[in-house]
Design a protein around this ligand. Structure first.
Ligand code: 1GP
Length: 244
């Protein structure tokens, strides 16, 4: 089954959890061991990506090591077309919609589209929307982050993404953000769109994950928590997502 169909079908039954691993932050074997534990805890897919220092070499090595020990889909979460792994199952074919850089909105996608076709991985179109504070990804992507109190603007971006044919919408507070995307914003966007809604950035505790799930997230992404060797917290977050 296609990865997108899995996301669509399974998220209709309950919120999914995805574990994000940055290939630049640990050795491939270490990433694989975290992915294996995350699978045991019940995570639904592994995302691989990072804003800086992702190379074709560290990306391929990380994806291959994960695929050896983990049966979950591996989705590449790219920062650009400079590295795309043929070993991943799918790629978020994404546009940072509130960037002021044409390169982030469509340039990298033009550079990558024929590569994705040639290597035969599944492209999943996604509208990527940066919410304040946005952290490093917002800075590198030259985003104008959605103000935290402007749920209407987030809804307008998300609906524009859906109307342009994007199959997923991702609200991103930024990796390591002190606060995750506000619950009222998540609920408002969920009421506005009909494609699955992904929420990530700054989620560190089980109670936050449960509240985000209740607010309407279809997929919750955590990254930093697993990279900080805090697998106990990862386990609790996944359990909270599954029981919400
Ligand atoms: C970043 O949304 C993800 O792209 C995950 O963020 O590292 O804060 O969990 P954290």
């Amino acid at each position: 089954m296609k990865v997108y169909d899995l996301i669509k079908q399974n998220s209709a039954k309950g919120t999914l959890h995805m574990t994000l691993l940055d290939p630049a932050k640990q050795a491939p074997e270490e990433a694989a061991s975290i992915a294996k534990r995350a699978q045991e805890f019940g995570t639904d897919a592994i995302m691989v990506g990072g804003s800086t220092d992702v190379t074709q070499e560290n990306l391929d090595a990380t994806v291959k090591a994960i695929k050896k020990v983990c049966t979950l889909p591996v989705i590449y979460f790219p920062s650009g077309a400079h590295a795309i792994s043929p070993y991943s199952d799918a790629i978020y074919f994404m546009s940072m919609l509130n960037s002021c850089s044409v390169r982030m909105i469509i340039g990298e996608q033009v550079a990558g589209s024929l590569i994705v076709k040639k290597i035969g991985i599944e492209p999943i179109s996604m509208g990527y929307i940066i919410v304040a504070p946005g952290m490093k990804v917002g800075e590198i992507g030259r985003a104008t982050p959605i103000p935290r109190d402007d749920a209407d603007l987030a809804c307008a971006y998300a609906l524009a993404a859906e109307y342009m044919g994007m199959k997923l919408v991702y609200l991103e507070a930024g990796s390591g953000a002190p606060d995750h995307v506000p619950l009222e914003m998540i609920a408002a966007v969920k009421r506005t769109i009909s494609v699955p809604l992904i929420i990530g950035g700054g989620i560190r505790r089980a109670d936050q994950a449960a509240a985000i799930s209740k607010a309407g997230a279809d997929v919750i992404v955590t990254g930093t928590i697993a990279e900080n060797d805090d697998l106990g917290a990862l386990k609790q977050i996944i359990a909270a997502v599954k029981n919400a």
